[in-house]
Ligand binder design. Sequence first.
Ligand code: ADP
Ligand code: ZN
Ligand code: ZN
Length: 736
Amino acid sequence: MSCFADIVLPLAQPAYTFAIGEGVEVCVGDAVAVQFGKNAVYTGVVWRLHDTPPAKGVAKPILKVLYDKPLLSELQMRFWEWIADYYICSVGEVMRVALPSIIKAKARCEDEFEPYLPKREITVNLVAEAFTEEMREKMMRRAPKRYEALCAIEQAGGVLPRHAVELDATALKALVKAGLVEMGERDYVLDCEWSKTLLPKLSPAQTTALNEVQKGLSEKRVALLHGVTSSGKTEIYTHLIEERLSRGEDVLFLVPEISLTTQLVERMRGLFGESVTVYHSKLTPQQRTRLYTDMLSSESGNFVVGARSALFLPYKKLGLVVVDEEHDSSYKQSEPNPRYNGRDTAIMLASMHNAKCVLGSATPSLESYANYLSGKYAYTKLSERYGGVEMPDIVISDTVRNVKRNERKLHFNKELLDGIADRLENNEQVILFQNRRGYSPYMECPTCGWSARCPHCNVTLSAHQHKGRMVCHYCGYNEPTKRFCPNCPTTELKAMGFGTERVEEAVAELFPEARVLRLDGDTATSGSAYSRIIGAFARHEADILVGTQIVSKGLDFANVTLIGVLNGDNLLASPDFRAEERAWQLIMQVAGRAGRRDKRGEVIVQSAEPKHSVYSMVGDYERMAVKLLAERKQFGYPPFVRIVKIMMRGGDSKQLAEASIELGELLRNRFGRRVLGPVTPLIDRVRGEYRVELMLKVEVESSFSRARAIMREEIAHLRENKNYRNIVIICDVDTL
Ligand code: ADP
Ligand code: ZN
Ligand code: ZN
């Protein structure tokens, strides 16, 4: 029997040693309650058993073991360790995203630590007799939100779990008081009944692609499926999934965003029945805990559809991981730690399980494509859309020329104005896309859309208004802020572009008869708000949908024949070496939403720089990839180097500056010119804290684990200076 256990707590700290008291039995992987700090009891995970007492102080005892079996397998523990090592954070920080919050809870005392096993759930039951025609009418006018909630309950058969009812406590209370609903309780329901249908019969092109993927996977661990939008990648996945499930293996299907799960889950449940589990961070803690513990005690053969947090479920025998829309940047957790990339981590997880991995996209990331070119991944291309629908025609509309001819009205060029008018006349639908990612203030000409760029890095310069300079966030190049546009010398440049609201306003003014909906972060505030807007547009309750990024993702509208990209240059204008790749991907993804069997779709991209090479490569993935990869190689960007961003924060700007210069020197002594900065980021002060950044570029040929070890060493070195105690240092590996 060992006397001590090293225990990982959900903190940015290494494991701590606790004593195993008389009669307490613990195994590696067990969840235990321990006291840490003055008044806090945490759930920790037993990482190692041993007989060495801590160097200083006396080890506190383990208070209790929480579950009757370990929560983590050996493999999961190695997986967490890999993430912590690769993404330069603590295993405790991995624990924070990996375990449902009830399991990893913190409390004031031991007794609050009953392991949570949810059995019952609170429900809201509709009192059908009270929901009369008269009542409906009244509510529709006076309380539309409550009315909608009641309709949702009615549609679900009169009962919905509390968490699925979109009403706050006050509204719910009022409805109870009015006798319209009653609160109830029932056994926890995870799934409804689903009738199974057969797998879709594949088209000849799909069959060939499926065979190729299978052959690829027999030779390589990872296969990249490059299938244009609507080519039926999902149908190909389902055949691969079926094959693994029938062998009793687990399958994980990852999607970049929760909003994309709903439609997909319905499709999958139709095929695979209730064995489909949905797992993501928006489930309630109860649901997540239940799913986790259920899976812990189940055999293999689970099929999970989820966002990146689904990587941490206790798979017994994972056979296949599908990463859909693998190019999507939302796979990366941008904050807090662990700043992991769900796609890359999925590939690691698959390899630990000796499982296969399929990456799918209509616009594969350059990283993945380069891995195919170098022979690491298998690759299959499916270039025809299912059912013979043609790819839309893509037109680049010259904004400068429109301005010169006086044909531009409120952000719209003549081509787009005519296009919209034509579609409205024919009772067809239009999507207008305005990207808002480029929130960062950059200098733009309001007339022609020209923007200021770095001569060395091919990224836009960010305007630091208080300094009166435009700065490149990659190399530090800067120049005085320009006042006038080089194209239109009398026009003053303005910081920033324009948002979706202004597009919506402009449409209302230009096409007063059109019905317009807007889909962006402000209107799609919840999953149901999102579905409502999408649903209304699909039913043709609106003619024009104005939206951000969201509209580019996985949507399928039968009647949309025109897509307008209001400012293509905007896509190129973010201070980011990926801007061109992203712009290309976005135009192609947006284009994927247009076109019908009987009518070819059209995409109109407005640009002040219509000659930009990105536009000439639209529709030609290979040309784009080869050109951009050559540039990445030349300028030293991924996938030829790995970039680690080191972010430093502190309340004292002078001290922070000193510390960052010192860390820069320490790192430069080891890495030489691979270290860039320190530079001040765009947002250089948040909640009273100052920020600076350093960047490290490591060539892929050299050892990255060695580089990480040196970084940890030098950061620890800097920390020896007690003056820097309050400075936070965070690493972002493979930063996007
Ligand atoms: P992708 O994921 O490649 O964009 P989807 O798998 O969503 O494409 O397919 C696009 C559309 O075509 C969907 O509506 C899908 O149901 C339909 N489809 C694709 N392949 C088939 C098939 N083999 N049989 C029936 N319908 C199909
Ligand atoms: Zn101009
Ligand atoms: Zn630069």
